[in-house]
Write a protein of this length. Sequence first.
Length: 118
Amino acid sequence: MTSQELSVAVRENLDVTVIVLNNEAIGMVRQWQDAFFERRRMASMYPWIPDFAKLAEAFGAKGFTLREKEEVADVLEEAREYDGPAVVDAHIDPAENVYPMVASGGDNAQFALAEDQL
């Protein structure tokens, strides 16, 4: 949710790779709005997001873009082999959800593994 850390990674020449799971949303907020608020969404979808690979390069890091499943192995290997800070902008399906998920008011011993369990 911030990018200032990239400047530190570049300055210190840290060999780290950051993978942004880019669904053009604040995914967990969108998921909660869909699950518990009848799909009424507010301030969770962001189709105007930046190109994170270009943002990385603006800081002096190496940027990669990942759009197709078939590219995953090659792009991740290239990013891993890069000697220095890198960012992979991995575009994912905006409708994909994250599980397990704890329902509102629930406890960590009772979690959902699918939408129909919420």
